[in-house]
Write a protein that binds this ligand. Structure first.
Ligand code: SF4
Length: 396
């Protein structure tokens, strides 16, 4: 049996390299987790305690919950917790107070917490996704409850600073796959509500899925699992989420930055990488200016040649041949007339005369390993091995 979690699949989609670090190499870095994840865990613990105690007929006061939250915060805080927005002036204390507000708002909103009957908290079950019972997925529900009308409710607490739109909630896969699990575990579940509690906004978002949608989702998730299992290349994929990635110290896209941050200011400037990057930026700027200047001179030479009716303009030790001629442009790849243009060339019987193999695409195809080995071998006979150095200058 192979057991997957939603977060594992989500990590794969976010960045293959992060997936490899987390689930294949199981690397541990100096960054333990982000402060946002830490805050989320502490708030979840407090709400879990609230409903667990209620199941034993004990109604915690708000102060009891906040005391519990603060003591767990203090016990678990450590130096490995990353505050990405520290540069914007936000400290551990700001995040701790946010958590207090989330819990207080929730408490006042739902007190005395009798909207639905709790069935399970922080579930740890898993269900199979295929007939062969090979692939299972975790069902990790913050709180499963039943409404007075008999509908199952899957509650999920969110501590993020942004809120889903209704459209996003209707497409969300995480709670939907949990709904699939509940249908399997409780055959009496006719109606299942997906409920997100956006604690920062004191708001609920609701959604539901039909049986057909859940079946489609099951197939999609299985397909994604097969993609994960077939994956052999794990390139890094940069996104806004990189700022919160615990693998930045070992990720080739951020490793150098981490090494630099540990160096004192004087050593920082002597770092070979810093020197090379700075020099490359300077040279690139000069090349850009010179290229603009060359374009301007070309235009002036053309005017001079036309005005003086000459083809060659003479300098001290050089001469410049100047000629201008009309140019025809045809629809490029992204142009919607491109397909029509190509069809016309073919219809006119000119294709064989004009077409050239796209060797860039061909080398990508060979690299991908998607060709039949025999075909690959035949094509490789014509290939010469070399190396392209790709360097792109970006703002930090
Ligand atoms: S920092 Fe970004 S690119 Fe690097 S492993 Fe993490 S998510 Fe991937």
């Amino acid at each position: 049996m192979k057991l997957y979690s939603y977060s594992r699949l989500e990590t794969f989609e976010q960045c293959h390299l992060k997936f490899k670090f987390a689930y294949i190499d199981k690397i541990e870095t100096e960054v333990e987790e982000s402060v946002e994840a830490f805050l989320g865990s502490r708030v979840h613990e407090a709400l879990d305690k609230l409903y667990r105690d209620l199941m034993f007929e004990k109604l915690d006061s708000l102060q009891e919950l906040l005391d519990f939250y603060n003591s767990e915060w203090e016990k678990n805080w450590n130096e490995g917790i990353l505050i990405v927005r520290a540069g914007k002036g936000y400290s551990q204390e700001n995040y701790r107070k946010m958590g207090e507000r989330f819990i207080s708002d929730y408490y006042r909103h739902y007190h005395p917490f009798n909207q639905s009957r709790t069935i399970a908290l922080e579930t740890k079950e898993h269900i199979n996704l295929d007939d062969g019972k090979e692939y299972h997925i975790h069902i990790r529900i913050d709180r499963l409850s039943m409404s007075p009308e008999g509908a199952y409710e899957i509650h999920d607490y969110k501590t993020s600073s942004s809120i889903k739109t209704q459209e996003e909630a209707d497409c969300d896969r995480q709670l939907a796959i949990y709904a699939y699990g509940i249908k399997k575990m409780f055959p009496d579940a006719k109606k299942i509500s997906l409920v997100w509690h956006y604690l920062a906004f004191d708001r609920e978002i609701h959604s539901e899925r039909t049986d057909e949608q859940l079946e489609d989702l099951r197939k999609d998730v299985l397909e994604l699992i097969h993609e994960v299992e077939a994956c052999r290349e794990f390139p890094p994929k940069m996104s806004a989420l990189c700022s919160w990635c615990e693998f930045r110290p070992v990720c080739p896209n951020f490793k150098h930055l981490y090494e630099l941050e540990k160096k004192p200011a004087e050593e920082y400037k002597d770092d070979n990488g810093v020197k090379l990057a700075n020099e490359y930026a300077e040279v690139s700027e000069n090349v850009k200016e010179l290229s603009e200047k060359a374009d301007e001179l070309k235009a002036r030479l053309k005017d001079f040649a036309a005005r003086n009716n000459v083809n060659i303009v003479y300098g001290s030790d050089v001469k410049v041949f100047v000629k201008s001629y009309p140019r025809l442009s045809f629809p490029k790849r992204e142009d919607e007339r491109r397909a029509d243009f190509i069809n016309t060339i073919k219809a006119l019987g000119l294709w064989d005369r004009l077409a050239e193999p796209n060797t860039f695409e061909l080398s990508k195809l060979i690299e991908s390993g998607k060709l039949h080995p025999e075909i690959q071998k035949m094509l490789e006979n014509y290939a010469e091995k070399g190396e392209t150095i790709y360097v792109r200058l970006m703002k930090k």
